[in-house]
Design a protein around this ligand. Sequence first.
Ligand code: PPE
Length: 306
Amino acid sequence: MPLQKVEKIWMDGELVNWDDAKVHILTHTLHYGSGVFEGIRAYATARGPAIFRLSDHIHRLFNSAKVYLIDIPFTEEELVDAVKETVRVNGLESCYIRPLVYLGYGEMGLNPLPCPVNVSIAVWPWGTYLGDEGLRHGVRTKISSWTRHDPNAMPVAAKGTGMYANSSMAKVEALKAGYDEAILLSPQGYVSECTGENLLIVKNGRIIKIPNAAGALEGLTQNSVVTIARDLGYEVVEENLLRTDLYLADEAFLTGTAAEVVPIRSVDDRVIGEPGPITKAIQEMYFATVNGEVDQYKDWLEYVSG
Ligand code: PPE
């Protein structure tokens, strides 16, 4: 789906026109994948657009930058305000939000330390990431032939731009083979995550979450879903999973800001089936939460105005 243009993009403290939001071809991050970024969503609520867990996402952006030894030339508070302003000036009720910290123009070569640190925030309307059909009936997934990063090769806890070359390869492989999404295993052979989502399963009534040490990003959607699941009375445990645990799961679903909560219909053609009751209960509560309908989780919503 082509990008739907909006009016303005925030770049280093200024709102510039969408078509003018450009960088030089010798931008360091373009060559070396040396940036960090976030993915956030704003939802339409009865009180106007609300950004889901905005402060937590901006905090993770600063943590990612810390891992890469990048000094962001703004405070967390300033970027929280900048995100709200960018959503507000574009007049969007709901949208995806992409803050990016990148090393800009000025030096080339592998040493990033002399490069300027630039920050941008783009927003655009983004519908269902893995399709309406996938959201309702589940996606078909495939274990990738690509392995997730070894944590001593790439820092998996940080959302670094360069990491996503691995995700894109896995995604393309899965799509070309006729699947909707790829699941990556860690170098040790445990299930890690999808190309841009975490993954949880249900077995014998318990929800199983994968430990971060299996090489997954600590997803905020997953974190919200675990809280929701426990509050709904489900038991959530953390365990390493083998690919056969996925084949034999009672239910499985993936979580991510862009994807939201999406059931998994099959893994390597082993059918899990239509979304099960636990997946549906969590999905329903997640959507009610982000739309501001659940009082219990109102602190997760950060309103664009007021
Ligand atoms: N793992 C990976 C590798 C990942 O990229 C994401 C987010 C997650 C897990 C889930 O994290 P969270 O959004 O905090 O629940 N992926 C972002 C980028 C997607 C994209 O296509 O770009 C996102 O969902 O915004």
